[in-house]
Design a protein around this ligand. Structure first.
Ligand SMILES: [Zn+2]
Length: 150
């Protein structure tokens, strides 16, 4: 049993490494992700599924990042606008990581999407998941340097 758990953990770590960029500097603004800090955050939050982080220059102008938990392969995908300052990217990545942890409290991406949708009437500001993510960023932003100028 212990062996099976260790194997699963190793598999999850390998899957995660496959998707995590070591450093992905944006050619225009020179912001890089700090892999060791991201790994530490994912460990603290006990994220079990693979995580893929990509720069997304086409993301809505008023957003810095988005999180999706894919139903296809249970992979988390974080998209980040590359034209933001390192501190903004770091805080946004922390915010989206909270959504990863929140979503994994549900048994499937579908169950998470349904739970999130039940908050729709509250609006973005009062949405319980968004409030938790914002408060977590206020509390822990200085503990995790997830992006740095490069
Ligand atoms: Zn959010």
């Amino acid at each position: 049993m212990r062996r099976a758990v260790a194997d699963l953990r190793a598999k999850a770590a390998t899957a995660r490494r496959k998707w995590l960029p070591l450093q992905l500097p944006d050619p225009r603004r020179g912001v890089g992700l700090v892999r060791s800090e991201i790994e530490r955050l994912l460990a603290v939050l006990q994220i079990k599924n693979p995580v893929q982080i990509k720069w997304a220059p086409d993301l809505r102008e008023d957003w810095t990042a988005t999180h999706s938990w894919l139903t296809s392969d249970q992979r988390h995908v974080i998209r980040l606008r590359p034209d933001r300052a390192a501190d903004d990217v770091s805080r946004s990545l922390l915010h989206e990581a909270v959504h990863m942890a929140q979503s994994e409290a549900y048994e499937s991406p579908g169950a998470w999407h349904a739970a999130y949708a039940r908050q729709k009437d509250a609006g973005y500001q009062e949405n319980a998941y968004e409030r938790e993510a914002r408060l977590t960023v206020i509390e822990f932003a200085t503990d995790f340097r997830l992006a740095m100028p490069v």
